[in-house]
Design a protein around this ligand. Structure first.
Ligand code: OAD
Ligand code: ZN
Length: 244
């Protein structure tokens, strides 16, 4: 029930938020699996795997640079700003995002784990240092590290492990939070669903926000159907006004 979800959030002492591509859809960034999803038009195995990068680093970088251009001209939307405001209001807070677009940071979020990486960063294939690459279009393709070696996009590709320790930090928080909001994720990648299950088992109240039911909806206590940029700010302002 909507009213119950609002009053639970109003009294939450700890809040976790998990976001997927849907939260950035209204900023003009394509999602992966929907009607105009990226994986409809591009083959993941040719662009988002270590093998693809080994075959052709410049083809992979070219594709990421095309997406970097889209991200550069996009702006955070009211859903990103609402999430940033939650962090300022509820001290015990953690945002876990699957998005690599950097829009949460631009909206002011600080306590966040970017579990799939960041499209504005690169990692050296040799010395493994991680550094920012801000220009788009790229001056040099493939991108190179200061040490002279080729660098790859700082993204977790299909078949790869998550960054050391990052899921532990996420699951530790989810196992003790009393409220979780999941926004704009299909649940087709299993790790985020596993994270939602941790919060569920620990007794958190879970709200799922999506334009259509997802694999998270069945686990959630409340499904808030609609565009994140519309329903999230309203939900948050209702709850925030009841906080004391
Ligand atoms: P998907 O593209 O799989 O799912 C996007 C979800 O957002 C869908 O459930 C849509 O219904 C929903 N959606 C679309 N527009 C929305 C809106 N305006 N408001 C709310 N919801 C909306 O994206 P993810 O679940 O994020 O990995 O995909 C997970 C991962 O798969 C991505 O991080 C990416 C991809 O392969 C990497 O690139 C490493
Ligand atoms: Zn290097």
């Amino acid at each position: 029930m909507y009213e119950e979800a609002v009053s639970r959030l109003a009294s939450a002492r700890s809040l976790a938020v998990i976001t997927g591509a849907g939260i950035s859809a209204e900023s003009g960034i394509p999602t992966f699996r929907g009607k105009d999803g990226l994986w409809r038009n591009y083959k993941a195995e040719e662009l988002a795997t270590p093998e693809a990068f080994e075959r052709s680093p410049s083809v992979v970088w070219e594709w990421y640079d095309m997406r970097r251009g889209v991200c550069a001209s996009a702006k955070p939307n009211p859903a990103h700003f609402a999430v940033a405001d939650m962090e300022r209001t509820i001290e015990d807070f953690l945002l876990i995002t699957q998005n690599v677009d950097g829009l949460h940071c631009r909206a002011g979020s600080k306590k966040l784990l970017e579990i799939h990486g960041n499209i504005w960063k690169a990692r050296c294939m040799k010395c493994r240092s991680v550094f920012e690459v801000n220009e788009t279009p790229l001056k040099e393709n493939p991108v190179r590290c200061k040490c002279g070696s080729i660098a790859r996009p700082y993204i977790v590709w299909f078949g790869e492990r998550y960054e050391e320790g990052i899921l532990e930090r996420a699951s530790e928080f989810l196992s003790r939070t009393d409220f979780l909001i999941v926004i704009g994720t299909s649940g087709m990648v299993t790790t985020p669903v596993w994270l939602v299950q941790i919060a569920d088992k620990a007794g958190a109240y879970i709200v799922d926000i999506n334009i259509e039911p997802s694999l998270v909806t069945g686990i959630a206590d409340h499904f808030l159907e609609g565009k994140a940029g519309l329903v999230l700010p309203e939900f948050w302002s209702n709850a925030k006004s009841k906080r004391h």
